[in-house]
Design a protein around this ligand. Structure first.
Ligand SMILES: NC(=O)c1ccc[n+]([C@@H]2O[C@H](COP(=O)([O-])OP(=O)(O)OC[C@H]3O[C@@H](n4cnc5c(N)ncnc54)[C@H](O)[C@@H]3O)[C@@H](O)[C@H]2O)c1
Ligand SMILES: O=c1ccn([C@@H]2O[C@H](COP(=O)(O)OP(=O)(O)O[C@H]3O[C@H](CO)[C@@H](O)[C@H](O)[C@H]3O)[C@@H](O)[C@H]2O)c(=O)[nH]1
Length: 438
């Protein structure tokens, strides 16, 4: 099939590349000309494991091309995917300007029938708005489909190639046929392609993210109880996760969820409810707990130093909001950095891939270490923010030598408590007892 993908971020480029991989002809459009030039030279513009190989292969085979010219891409395609940003407005609602401006531009250049597919995360009713916008500028027939994306950064290619399910919101039988064919190569079992109306598809995406965020906030609340009551949240996780009705995933307590999706989508769902004079009590509690969780983590560190961080050197392991990405959107590291600096501490950070993106965003407000151990030189405490594999089994002897104090605050529960006790560290993690150094 001939496909255009508008927006080449984590979703758009993965979508375009993975659709090319199954034989489709894909042209990717981005407004950022520098990014387009990079992709035309077969350079992936961000870090996403497993993308580069299939990206290069499909470019070499002529099935994956790039342009900044929307009209030529629309002319060359029958299906047009929108994978555009929907960042939060100040009031928490989703900013639809990228999607609606593009819909307007598509309307203006429509010359024949197209299926316009929204892959961005958008509030209920956006498909209708896109339809109205295109129709305002075009007399040609078209369909608007809601096809929300569920991939996770860091495993995006696998998630796209082997999805748990694909949701397609459409009322058109013709579209159902086209999508059944388009997505057949990605289906392990036929029933994973779920057709529904557009509004339900739009809400399914928010419900999924809000539910996952709820699991996390729930466990974070339990972690607070664990700390107060002398229980171990990892035991609770195992204890409840083995119940199939609960499931093992997304039960990891930590420093609260971050990333480009959960914070904004949970907020947007709450705003949607407010706009219709409804109330989503659980969702609002999830947001509150998430904020409290990261603040609580900061206060534990501050309290350790008697409430005075002035002149303290903090080593930070991890900047990305999660491992295997360079994405910093709503990363807990940025929250902590702001707090540390505001309190007069200095920060030396190390992240295996997100140092360039951090430097672009916050410049030299912190120092960037060339490896994880150099970040520890003369530090009063190590704070672990992202659970990169390289942090899981570090050399504790080197750490002990480099740190001024053998003090670790671990927001990801990476280490065994007994081993930390043997090693003589002060070790403060989430929802577990604190190990006091000898
Ligand atoms: N990142 C994820 O893991 C993920 C997963 C599922 C859904 N989503 C949703 O998908 C959407 C896209 O997210 P993302 O993370 O890929 O965004 P992103 O910020 O990584 O990428 C967006 C891209 O769109 C481009 N763009 C902006 N305006 C444009 C225009 N007018 N024409 C062409 N290109 C334009 C930008 O230059 C950028 O390359 C959002 O709604 C997001 O909520 C994201
Ligand atoms: O048990 C857990 C699982 C995750 N997290 C945190 O939750 C956030 C989000 O993690 P994850 O879901 O792995 O990353 P994303 O790439 O943001 O993916 C989410 O957001 C995407 C955008 O909507 C969706 O497509 C995905 O299905 C959804 O998992 C991160 O800060 C994680 O540290 C926890 O704290 N505990």
């Amino acid at each position: 099939m001939r496909i255009a993908v508008v927006g080449t971020g984590y979703v758009g480029l993965v979508t375009g590349t993975c659709l090319a991989e199954t034989g489709n002809n894909v042209i990717c459009v981005d407004i950022n000309e520098q990014k387009v030039a990079q992709m035309q030279q077969a350079i992936v513009p961000f870090y996403e494991p497993d993308l580069e190989g299939i990206f290069k292969r499909n470019i070499a085979q002529g099935r994956l091309t790039f342009t900044s010219d929307l009209e030529s891409a629309i002319d060359a395609s029958t299906i047009v995917f929108l994978a555009l940003p929907t960042p939060p407005n100040e009031d928490g609602s989703a900013d639809l300007s990228y999607v609606l401006n593009t819909a307007e531009n598509i309307g203006k250049c429509l010359k024949s029938f197209k299926i316009i597919v929204n892959k961005s995360t958008v509030p209920v009713g956006t498909a209708d708005q896109v339809r109205e916008m295109v129709a305002r500028h075009s007399k040609h027939p078209f369909e608007v489909v809601s096809n929300p994306e569920f991939l996770r950064e860091g495993v995006a290619v696998m998630d796209f190639m082997k999805p748990n399910r694909i949701i397609v919101g459409t009322h058109s039988e013709e579209v159902k046929k086209v999508f059944s064919e388009l997505y057949a190569p990605y289906m392990r079992q036929g029933e994973r392609l779920i057709f529904m109306d557009e509004r339900s598809a739009e809400l399914t995406k928010y419900a999924a993210n809000a539910f996952l965020a709820t699991k996390i906030s729930f466990m974070n609340e339990i972690s607070v109880l664990c700390e107060e009551l002398g229980a171990n949240v990892e035991m609770i996780r195992k204890g409840i996760g083995t119940d199939d009705r609960i499931g093992k995933q997304f039960l990891y307590a930590g420093i609260g969820y971050g990333g480009s999706c959960f914070p904004k989508d949970v907020q947007a769902l709450s705003k949607t409810a407010t706009d219709i004079d409804s109330k989503v009590n659980i969702v609002e509690a999830v947001i509150k707990t998430n904020t409290q969780q990261r603040e609580r983590f900061f206060h534990k560190i501050s309290d350790f130093f008697g409430g005075n961080l002035k002149g303290k050197r903090i080593a930070l392991w991890g900047l990305a909001f999660k491992p295997e990405t360079d994405d910093l959107r709503e990363a807990p590291s940025l929250f902590l950095i702001d707090k540390f600096l505001a309190e007069g501490a200095t920060v030396a950070a190390y992240d295996p891939v997100a140092m360039d993106s951090t430097r672009k965003q916050i410049g030299d407000r912190i120092t960037y270490a060339s490896n994880q151990y150099d970040a520890l030189n003369g530090a009063d405490a190590l704070v672990i923010v992202t659970e990169w594999q390289a942090f899981r089994n570090p050399d504790f002897d080197i750490m002990a030598q480099k740190l001024t104090n053998k003090v670790i605050f671990d927001g990801r529960n990476l280490y065994d408590l007994n081993r930390m006790e043997e090693r003589g560290f002060y070790y403060n993690s989430v929802g577990r007892k604190t190990i006091l150094n000898k």
